[in-house]
Design a protein around this ligand. Structure first.
Ligand code: ATP
Ligand code: MG
Length: 331
């Protein structure tokens, strides 16, 4: 029997309670992540990227949220419904998260060295002294100068970019198999952003981790990912290997995102955007959820559930017109 993929997400459904009952914000989302692979999860604000990833290790606040269905398997082990104590071991040691805002993970009341040491003590069973050494080593590896001195400092004593490095150090300190990075560079300026992306790539190569990289920036995806899942209205609209997505997009929504990307070269400076705005879960249209904003919409796009269909190897699209459209990618 072949080995299961590192992560296999199947038909994941997530709801939030509202005044009008349960609202589905993640709808039958499926994807897999292989060992050493980087999967990009892209889509505009509100498309369900963060909720999908939080659901993987039960980080959704319940209530108001609930995982209403589906399966999340890590090396074949089901994480949905796993007892809390067991899940606590998975989190950090096997699957680590980094967030856009480092203070989500860092505690202002402890030095950064203490926090990383505590993490490796808990998950790797190192002695206090060894854990402390490991913390300094990790801070050094993510490029914090004078790591042994800086380990004694508190999060607020670091700049934004350095704090993001500290969070990366903490996340990879236990050598997780999977790192989930939710917009880790969005709050940083462009130069620092590039440095943090390079750092993540280096750490990944060194540790052989898989990464799920969440972003609304297709430029960042091009830099970092092997495979991309495009979310919209809580659904997978397209899934493709990176080159396929850029050169042969198979969904009008992806084409729109690519067109909205800042261009380098002759078209530089012309920043387009997709007309209209992202739907709210309470008022999703019938048929294709993207149809009110789609330039290619026809009557049958407004009816029924649109299936995700295979359009090439590892390439799937949720568009009924995909075979008749000649969508434009980047060149
Ligand atoms: N705690 C919550 N309670 C109610 N609804 C929520 C909650 N968290 C998220 N949602 C809803 O779930 C949907 C998906 O949100 P999510 O945060 O996953 O979007 P996102 O793709 O990560 O967007 P962004 O790019 O802005 O981070 C949104 O409609 C959001 O309003
Ligand atoms: Mg988000």
């Amino acid at each position: 029997m072949s080995e299961p993929p590192l992560l296999e997400v199947t038909d994941l459904d997530v709801d939030f309670a509202t005044d009008h009952g349960w609202e589905r914000v993640v709808n039958h989302v499926s994807f897999t992540v292989d060992r050493g692979e980087t999967l990009g999860l892209v889509g505009e604000s509100g498309s369900g990227k963060s909720v999908t990833c939080m659901a993987l290790t039960a980080l959704i606040p319940m209530p108001p949220g609930r995982v209403a269905g589906g399966s999340v398997r890590l090396e074949g082990r089901e994480l949905i419904g796993m007892p809390a104590a067991e899940l606590e071991q998975v989190r950090g040691a096997e699957v680590a998260n980094i967030f856009q805002e480092p203070m989500t993970s860092l505690n202002p009341a402890f030095t950064v060295g203490e926090q990383i040491a505590e993490m490796v003590r808990r998950h790797k069973g190192l002695s206090r002294r060894a854990a402390r050494g490991r913390a300094v080593e990790m801070l050094d590896r993510v490029g914090i100068p004078n790591a042994s001195r800086r380990a004694e400092e508190y999060p607020h004593q670091f700049s934004g970019g350095m704090r993001q490095r500290v969070m990366i150090a903490m996340a990879v300190s236990c050598e997780p198999k999977l790192l989930i990075a939710d917009e880790p560079t969005t709050a940083l300026d462009v130069t620092i952003q590039a440095q943090v992306l390079d750092l993540l790539r280096d750490m990944q190569a060194e540790l052989g981790m898989s990464v799920v990289f969440i972003t609304h920036d297709l430029g960042v995806v091009a830099h970092s990912c092997d495979h991309v899942v495009v979310l919209y209205g809580g659904r997978v609209m397209e899934e493709a290997p990176i080159d396929e997505l850029y050169f042969r997009p198979a969904h009008p929504y992806t084409e729109g995102l690519l067109t909205a990307m800042p261009q380098i070269g002759p078209r530089a400076g012309r920043l387009a955007s997709i007309p209209g705005s992202t739907p709210v879960p309470s008022s999703l249209p019938a048929g294709c959820v993207f149809n009110p904003r789609c330039p290619y919409v026809v009557e049958r796009c407004r009816e029924g559930e649109i299936p995700l269909v295979e359009v090439g190897p590892g390439h799937r699209s949720r568009c009924v017109r995909v075979s008749e459209l000649n969508l434009v990618g980047t060149s």
